[in-house]
Write a protein that binds this ligand. Sequence first.
Ligand SMILES: Cc1cc2nc3c(=O)[nH]c(=O)nc-3n(C[C@H](O)[C@H](O)[C@H](O)COP(=O)(O)OP(=O)(O)OC[C@H]3O[C@@H](n4cnc5c(N)ncnc54)[C@H](O)[C@@H]3O)c2cc1C
Length: 465
Amino acid sequence: MSHTPTRDADVVVVGAGPAGLMAARTLSKAGQRVVVLEARDRVGGRTWSDTIDGAFLEIGGQWISPDQTELLGLVDELGKQTFERYREGASVYIAPDGARTVYSGDDFPVSPGTLAEFERLTALLDQLAADLGAEEPWAHPKARELDTVSFHHWLRAQSADEEACNLIGLFIAGGMLTKPTHAFSALQAVLMAASAGSFSNLLDEDFILDKRVVGGMQSVSEAMAAELGDAVVLGAPVRTIAWGEEGNGGVTVTADGGASGRVTVTGRRAILAVPPTLYSRISYVPALPRRQHQLHQHLSMGLVIKVHAVYGRPFWREVGLSGTCFGAGQLVQEIYDNTNHGDSRGTLVGFVSDEKADRLFALSAEERKAAILASMAEYLGDEALMPEVYYESDWGSEEWTRGAYAASFDLGGLSRYGADQRTPVGPIHFACSDIAGEGYQHVDGALRMGRRAAEETIAALAPAL
Ligand SMILES: Cc1cc2nc3c(=O)[nH]c(=O)nc-3n(C[C@H](O)[C@H](O)[C@H](O)COP(=O)(O)OP(=O)(O)OC[C@H]3O[C@@H](n4cnc5c(N)ncnc54)[C@H](O)[C@@H]3O)c2cc1C
């Protein structure tokens, strides 16, 4: 990797997350000259594996599900190994009234009436996900109707069972879009479900949280970057993209960085592989069209605190627990055993989402840690109160991400703008997990979008080659 002031390429890629690196890799394999400009001093974007206080932690994206074939294929191609999440033993459920139940099997330990409602709502969402699909949900005749009602109100229109509605909400709102159910539409929820194959898949932690990469998910991006060598420029936040006439028919991309404080790369095409919420951090000359100006303002990042707690030993396993815990009304809404491959210590990962995260961020760091560990102890006992290592992933504070896990549309936005989110503007193409169908919001979707943008670019350049 290098810090060179002026370069020329066929395609300039902005962002060295999984999407940008996959785009660059695909282009490079097709014989295109490519330069990747990355704002941070590392690659991987929202995948970031680091050792903190002696513990190896997955600060960002980590899990792979069996349907994520683009990612699984790449992991395999790069010669990386995967390992399964620990999943032996019983799970813990905390009901809205605070009652704690240890249970086994797929069914939540709720009343038969709530379970029946939960299953009915699941079947309804599975059907909608199958009918609308992940690639173009906005094109379905029901799209507008589903997009103009919040998921909260849509659920209440289907069922009067609050516990069932909140449990469904947990797996799409708190667990995926990381926004409250009133802040996104039923159509956005259907896209989330369809992107994982079905809503049932989102409920099945053995499916959706199946495997991890030995050495960490960021190592996938690092391996792609290593192949690209000095085509990847770090510490280079892109500030301006001149395109069309101003860009002499191609693009002139200017970033901070390098010895002179400025890096300029000219190219025939650009791939913008950053989250759509960050597009407006870049100046476009000429400005992007009205449609893009509007579209991009209707997407926003969710917010979740990913909590890592590392213990001397995985104490929960000794009492027959898997470490998997759910409680839609609890501060920490879900917990899993996140012990590293070959590690004798035990790691738990927990999640605090949206409005609960807001409340916690208003506290001091000590108060926040105490509140989070107390919530984890309600599920797993007082030993959870004393981890050897404790760390909170705070992506909302990261300038080049600004939230977690990903971006989604506001009410009505998906049916109104979805069809245009992947449409290139002149020589500028778009790629990131936030605009994916299959693998939406996941590393797999980022890779799919990266490959797609690269193929689009190759096709666009072909006649002139
Ligand atoms: C806490 C957390 C947990 C997650 N868990 C999972 C999981 O278990 N499984 C899963 O599959 N996914 C998970 N994800 C989601 C996954 O990490 C993302 O979907 C994926 O990283 C998106 O890749 P991307 O390349 O589209 O975007 P990013 O990873 O965001 O990469 C974009 C890159 O662009 C750079 N950039 C931004 N602006 C500029 C600019 N102006 N100039 C130059 N560079 C710029 C950024 O620095 C970044 O490197 C998780 C995410 C988070 C935050």
